[in-house]
Ligand binder design. Structure first.
Ligand SMILES: O=C(O)c1ccc(O)c(O)c1
Ligand SMILES: [Mg+2]
Length: 630
């Protein structure tokens, strides 16, 4: 499998695009005519630049409104084609993409189009060039790859083939089995794009909302498997028209694109019919069994405040690190580390972001395999020196430059806490347990335009799916929320995308100089017992507006006694077809970090309907005068 991407997919000036595409590891690039026209080098210069980056030009595109034209337009399109052939030869590429005609002047008829392509094939052959025909989903006469294939078949010319583009086929829900019978030599190249399912005009959807395979909702893996079933093992080329990507970071978008293709190739390789696809071998997606620990970086002063909160939450310090200033707090299966060491990555993170939960350890089946997969998918490895005799835990860089540690229950990794830590036996100042059992979810706040990056990061490395996006209404704007979770519920990461800095999420990013974990939710089996213990411990819950309770009682037809108990303990309530959900929040710590305690009995969501109430309350608690207006 060779990877390519169209220049139109990436933002920036032409040289910047090429540099980003090469750095991300692509083998080839489709030259979009407009990118080339806007650049003032000659076609030969462009060809040289591309090759200097170690890239191959996979094709030149698009050539529009060619087939089925009546005279005198027909002669003119052939003249136009000859001009494009000149450019292609100077660029140094042998393939041009002809997309199906959208002109009102064009005439229908499979045979007429086939005859035009036959003649174009003759002209291309004279120059050693090839022509690929692609059915646009909105083509005037041809808008289905099955018809495009029939035209190519009847054109019956070695230099004429078909170009399949996942968007055009999948957006119109065309049966992908029709691809399997196309001879692989007649598939000149395959273009790939995903897209979120949105009900809109096909052209508008295609030109503005395409995204990387795996980032949207289309069955791109099945499409690619059908291609692989033909024996095709040529270029898979991304062609992504996306408004957000056009304004994004060229490097980040190119890296996401490359990751999406490697991930796709790996999934396709695992389908039995697609054995021909040559894809680098890597371990399968890592099954996550739970959260091993969450680590905070802090200075001494913040660590003291944080420790106080942890104690009122019922955690007790069970150990301290052998060689670093790190304390381990535990309750149920939950492990929290507070790192105040003046050296190492935690300290560097503190210097930039202040006190944050900068690292998460995920417990997987096999940490070394999970690490190998992450690296194969382009994740950045993290390493720092560990003292003699201490455990080296594999880690990669995650959201906001933080860390994702990978641990399993094998060997030293499974015993790292016993090896690296010394037990603390004196719990004289420990408060009452609050019956917290495990981490329910980890909420990460990112800039809105980073959301797809992190969704792809998690879903490609780990066995997890993404839920549909929901809007969280903040009094100062909308925050988009999407969840990465596995079927067992042992991995739940909510990603909140902030569009402006006046929202609670946006404020957090602005004040912390970047994305990160904004809250941790712990699970209890008995929210009222937890609330009572928290009260006894002097924990400060987030005060919820009394108006909320009248509404929730009416909405769900709650027993007034239950409503009273909820109100007394500032507990929020939600319900779905599968069960009930209780939520209780802390006030904010620092610039907007907080804890949540949930009881979920079958319930599948995250309390999105309650978000507006708790965000309003959190903002009030954050600063008496509210979050400053930016
Ligand atoms: O939107 C378009 O016009 C367009 C052009 C060329 C393509 O390959 C394509 O998929 C779409
Ligand atoms: Mg296309």
């Amino acid at each position: 499998m060779k990877t390519s991407i169209a220049t139109v997919s990436i933002s920036g000036e032409f040289p910047e695009k090429l540099a980003a595409i090469a750095a991300a590891g692509f083998d080839g690039v489709e030259i979009f005519e407009n990118d080339f026209l806007a650049f003032d080098g000659s076609p030969a210069d462009v060809g040289r630049m591309v090759r200097d980056h170690g890239l191959e030009i996979t094709l030149f595109q698009p050539f529009r409104d060619f087939e089925g034209m009546p005279e005198p337009l027909r002669s003119r399109t052939f003249d136009r084609a000859e001009r494009k052939f000149d450019i292609m030869q100077q660029l140094g590429t042998d393939l041009v993409l002809v997309c199906s005609n959208v002109s009102p002047a064009s005439l229908g008829g499979i045979d007429r189009a086939a005859a035009d392509f036959h003649e174009l094939g003759e002209r291309a052959a004279k120059r050693g060039l090839k022509v690929g025909y692609e059915a646009l989903a909105w083509g005037r006469h041809i808008n289905d790859h099955r018809d495009a294939w029939e035209i190519v078949r009847r054109a019956d010319h070695a230099n004429i083939g078909i170009i399949l583009d996942s968007f055009h086929t999948l957006s119109r829900k065309i049966d992908i089995n029709s691809i399997r019978s196309i001879p692989k030599d007649k598939i000149f190249i395959v273009q790939l794009a995903d897209a979120p399912l949105i009900d809109m005009d096909l052209l508008y959807w295609s030109r503005h909302f395409r995204n990387m395979p795996g980032e949207g909702d289309l069955p791109v893996t099945e499409f690619t498997s059908a291609i692989a079933a033909t024996g095709y093992d040529g270029y898979l080329s991304l062609e992504i028209f996306n408004d957000q990507f056009r304004g994004g970071s060229p490097k980040a978008i190119a890296a996401d694109g490359h990751r999406s293709l490697i991930y796709l190739g790996d999934q396709v390789r695992r389908s039995p019919e697609a054995a021909t696809l040559s894809v680098p071998d890597m371990p399968q997606q890592a099954a996550v069994k739970g959260v091993g620990f969450v680590e905070f970086s802090a200075d001494e002063k913040d660590a003291e405040d944080l420790t106080t909160i942890l104690k009122t939450l019922g955690f007790r310090q069970t150990a301290r690190h052998r060689s670093k200033k790190v304390s381990l707090f535990e309750q149920g299966e939950i492990r929290l580390l507070v790192n105040t060491d003046e050296q190492g990555f935690a300290n560097a993170s503190f210097a930039v972001h202040g006190t944050t939960a900068y690292a998460v350890a995920l417990v997987v089946d096999d940490a070394q395999k999970a690490f190998a997969r992450a690296i194969a998918l382009g994740a950045a490895p993290f390493e720092q020196v560990v003292a003699e005799g201490e455990v080296r835990i594999p880690a990669i860089r995650g959201v906001g430059g933080g860390l994702v540690y990978l641990i399993d229950d094998k060997g030293d990794l499974g015993r790292f806490a016993d090896i690296d830590f010394i037990p603390v036996t004196n719990h004289g100042d420990a408060l009452e347990t609050t019956h917290l059992l495990h981490v329910d979810h980890i909420a990460q706040t990112v800039a809105y335009d980073e959301m797809l990056t992190w969704l792809l990061f998690y879903t490609s490395i780990f066995e997890a799916r993404k839920t549909p996006m929901v809007d969280i209404i903040d009094p100062a704007g909308v925050v988009r929320s999407q969840v990465v979770e596995n079927a067992e519920g042992s991995l739940r990461i909510t990603l909140n995308g902030a569009e402006n800095r006046r929202t609670l999420a946006g404020h957090f990013i602005a004040e912390k100089f970047g994305s990160g974990i904004q809250h941790l939710a712990f699970h209890t089996d008995d929210i009222f017992a937890t609330a009572a213990a928290l009260r006894a411990n002097g924990f400060k819950p987030l005060p919820i507006s009394p108006n909320y309770y009248g509404d929730v009682e009416a909405r769900f037809g709650l027993d007034p006694d239950l409503t009273e108990r909820l109100k007394a303990d500032n507990i929020l309530y939600d319900r779905d077809d599968h069960g009930e959900y209780f939520q209780l929040y802390s006030t904010t710590f620092g610039e907007g970090f907080f804890f949540e305690i949930v009881q979920r009995s079958g319930y599948r969501g995250y309390g999105a309907a309650n978000a507006i109430f708790r965000i309003a309350a959190l903002k009030k608690a954050l600063r008496p005068e509210g979050v400053p207006r930016a």
